[in-house]
Ligand binder design. Sequence first.
Ligand code: SF4
Length: 173
Amino acid sequence: MNEKRIIFVSHCVVNQCARARGIKTKLNGKVIVKPIIDFIIEHNVGMIQLPCPEIKYEGLNRRACGQNHYNNQLFNKICKEYAEKIKKLILQYQDEGYSIIGFVGIEYSPTCGITRTTLGNGKIANEPGLFYKHIIELLDNIVPSQNFVGLPLNNPSEIEKIVQQLELIIKKE
Ligand code: SF4
C-alpha cells in the first residue's frame, strides 16, 4: 500500500461556512461531512481543499442557484483556471511518488456535483457540475473516473456508501 496518498475535497467539505444561504450543513444536529473527514484522518491521507468558484464569482453572501445562473463565460473561465492549477499540482505530487486517491465533490451542486447537478427551475441532470466538468476533462488519463465521489448532503445513509467507495479505492492502491 502506498503511504504517500492525497485526496482533493471540494472547499465546503472542510469549510461548510462557504455554502450558499439555506444549504444544509447539519442533519439532526450532526455535521454531515464528519464520516468523510474521519476516514481521511484515520487513513492518514493528505487532504487538499479545492477553491470555491462560487465565492470567487459572487462572494460569500449568495443565494442557492442552479446552472442557469452560473453557466456563463466568466464563471466557466474561473472554473477552468482553477482546474488547470489543480492539474499542475497533481502532476507535481505524482512526480514525487504520491498516488491520488480521488476527489470528493458535493452532489446536486451546480458547480461541484459529481453525478448529479442542479440545472435550475427544479431540474436535475445526471452529470458533473460546471467545475468538475473542467476537472474531469483535464484529468482524463490521470485520475480514473471512478475515483470521483460526490457527497449527497441530504442523505446521510448515502454518505456511508461513499466512505465504503473510498475504502475500496484505497485497498486497490
Ligand atoms: S461551489 Fe462547490 S465548494 Fe463552493 S459552496 Fe458550492 S459546492 Fe461548496
